[in-house]
Design a protein around this ligand. Structure first.
Ligand SMILES: [Zn+2]
Length: 141
């Protein structure tokens, strides 16, 4: 059973109990729902505040705070792939050259050994590491 708040055309408000929504629609269509105050059969359902709230379309977005990290990583890798010059194993020397103004600064990508990474950090060179997706033919260790 469900209960609806109903209102007649005269503005009388009353409760109606029904088997389900279909039963309500059916009885209303056949004029079987009558206002207990004035016997008016022109009855409509009043949306309760809860029902009004539910009527707002549900957001299709992902819940707040949920980030698809795998996708994000893929997009970052893709971006770097297209916008950064691949200098391969020359990464550290190129980065240092840029750092000291020997060559013009540009976006580069490449590979660095742990030792080279340490050197770059010591020199204060900004760089970041990306986990390359498995199966990337350019993967260098
Ligand atoms: Zn009425």
């Amino acid at each position: 059973m469900i209960v609806f708040d109903l209102e007649c055309s005269q503005g009388h408000v009353f409760e109606g109990w029904f088997e389900n929504l279909e039963a309500y629609e059916d009885q209303r269509a056949r004029g079987l729902i009558i206002c207990p105050f004035c016997e008016d059969a022109q009855v409509k359902r009043i949306l309760s505040p809860v029902a009004v709230k539910k009527a707002v379309p549900a957001r299709q977005d992902l819940p707040e705070g949920h980030i698809d990290y795998k996708r994000l990583a893929r997009e970052v890798v893709e971006y770097v792939h297209h916008n950064f010059e691949d200098v391969g194993p020359q990464f550290t020397s190129e980065a240092l050259k840029m750092h000291y103004g020997v060559v013009e600064r540009r976006n580069i990508r490449g590979a660095a050994t742990e030792k080279e990474e340490k050197l770059l950090k010591e020199e204060g060179v900004d760089f970041f590491k990306l986990p390359l997706p498995k199966g990337d033919p350019e993967k260098k260790n």
